[in-house]
Design a protein. Structure first.
Ligand code: ZN
Length: 457
């Protein structure tokens, strides 16, 4: 392994600086000591200022009595070790929806930005996240260092994420890049493919940041329809899980290195980014404490075992989150990263099981279906009684004769689908549509929709 040619993630020296470690190499003990101290402060802050978090006291006592220890006035803020965190109750997406304002720990005057997340497919109130100016500064600082993994001063980065609103992800990213001497080229989500190709032609970026399916569509449109070949140094994919099939296609089309970002608004937009080894995300461990728990029992899982990603914010004041359940499935990869850092590595997030029809995840479908030439997006509706999947494929041009056959062949590469079809317990219908020049859907996280067998749109 050519580890001497792989740059160590810049997150390590940045985190060392934040922890006040200088004159020696950062060690896990440094990180863990800091995290424990910060967890105590976060829990104390949240408990004192957020109405919702008064439950933390009850949670701690309840857990203690469950463990059969002698009842006593134990101070909930006195987490004796990182492992004690498991005594505290989770915060869920439902809590955010239904009791959002009670999680707020500062006055409205101190709130710089409110992000409203309209989760598609669910009814009821949306999630709202509140950030102070300091909270936003933490994000900008993370973006600055994270982007230095894949850019250098003098580079030009096309930002295919929304940035018109102050404090939006594209806006903070542009701010971060400027601080490193990198020129941001704001664009917004890719909707109009010719316009996006035009941007690449005109601005000649050295790198770009965007949503996986949108960037794939752009690459395929540029090559197959516009007849343009671009070379890029690097691409960062963000906002959704990243299929290998998309990474392979972008690497081929643009000759670029493809990096992946893991994050969500709840994390303060940024969570982690992989290094040149592309062997898992390195996390902003000075700002987030990440656990992996059993999705059913809620018990923390050991390194290497896949479960639900849960995080606690370590530095946010506006709306700290204590043990927030993300719904994402992943695990900590055992062993050191080839880049030689002491930071942990979170495996590429796999999404969660969706649809009871067949045991298949969206990332598995992504791997299979984006490998079909010309495909730029697809939607899946899973139904029961009888079990079926209705798949709509979008391609750049009117579907060639035989493309549906290619799609069925690709679907048989997914073990669960292949097995269910052979057993005669699953039917799959495929329809195709042509996107022309405009992408068919918004940038929301792509999931398997639940439907009724008789209803097909
Ligand atoms: Zn690494």
């Amino acid at each position: 392994m050519a580890s001497d040619t792989i740059e160590r993630t810049p997150l390590e020296s940045w985190i060392a600086l934040k922890l006040g470690v200088s004159g020696e190499r950062l060690r896990r003990e440094h990180v863990e000591r800091y995290q424990l101290e910060r967890l105590r402060r976060t829990v104390e802050w949240a408990h004192r200022h957020g109405r919702f978090y008064r439950r933390l006291r009850m949670g701690a006592k309840h857990a203690e009595s469950l463990q059969g220890s002698r009842p006593r006035e134990r101070d909930l803020l006195d987490l004796a070790s990182l492992a004690d965190l498991r005594l505290l109750p989770f915060t869920t997406a439902l809590d955010l929806r239904e009791r959002g304002p009670e999680l707020l720990c500062v006055s409205q005057d101190d709130v710089r930005r409110v992000v409203t997340l309209d989760s598609s497919g669910t009814t009821g109130t949306p999630k709202r996240l509140y950030f102070t100016a300091d909270d936003q500064e933490l994000t900008v600082d993370f973006f600055r260092v994270g982007m230095s993994t894949l850019t250098a001063p003098g580079d030009r980065v096309s930002i295919l994420l929304p940035g018109a609103v102050p404090g939006s992800v594209g806006d903070l990213l542009a701010l971060a890049l400027r601080r490193s001497g990198v020129t941001p080229i704001p664009h917004g989500f890719v909707r109009d493919l010719p316009a996006a190709v035009d941007l690449l032609r005109r601005e000649r970026p050295t790198a770009l940041v965007g949503v996986p399916v949108q960037v794939l569509a752009l690459a395929r449109y540029a090559e197959e329809v516009a007849g343009e070949s671009f070379r890029l140094k690097s691409v960062l994919l963000a906002s959704d899980h990243v299929p290998d099939s998309i990474v392979r296609e972008l690497t081929r089309a643009w000759g670029c290195q493809v990096f992946e970002h893991y994050g969500m608004t709840e994390m303060g937009l940024g969570g982690g980014v992989d290094c040149e080894a592309h062997a898992g995300y390195h996390l902003r461990e000075a700002d987030l404490y990440v656990e992996i728990v059993d999705p059913l029992t809620g018990e923390p899982l050991p390194e290497g075992v896949r479960g639900e990603v849960v995080f606690t914010t370590l530095t946010r004041r506006g709306m700290p989150l204590v043990r927030y359940r993300t719904g994402d499935l992943s695990r900590f990869l055992p062993g050191p990263c080839p880049c030689g850092t002491v930071l942990r590595r979170l495996e590429r997030v796999r999404g969660r099981l969706a649809g009871q029809t067949v045991d298949v995840t969206m990332p598995e479908l992504d791997e299979a279906l984006f490998a079909v030439p010309g495909v730029v997006d697809f939607a899946v509706v899973a139904s029961r009684d009888p079990s079926s999947l209705a798949i709509t494929m979008w391609s750049l041009r009117p579907a060639r004769h035989g493309v549906e056959g290619a799609v069925h062949e690709a679907l048989d590469q997914v073990p669960a689908i292949c097995a269910a079809r052979r057993a005669g317990t699953l039917s799959v219908t495929v329809s195709t549509a042509c996107v022309g020049e405009r992408l068919p859907r918004g940038p929301e996280k792509r999931t398997i929709a639940e439907g009724q067998a008789t209803v097909r749109k």
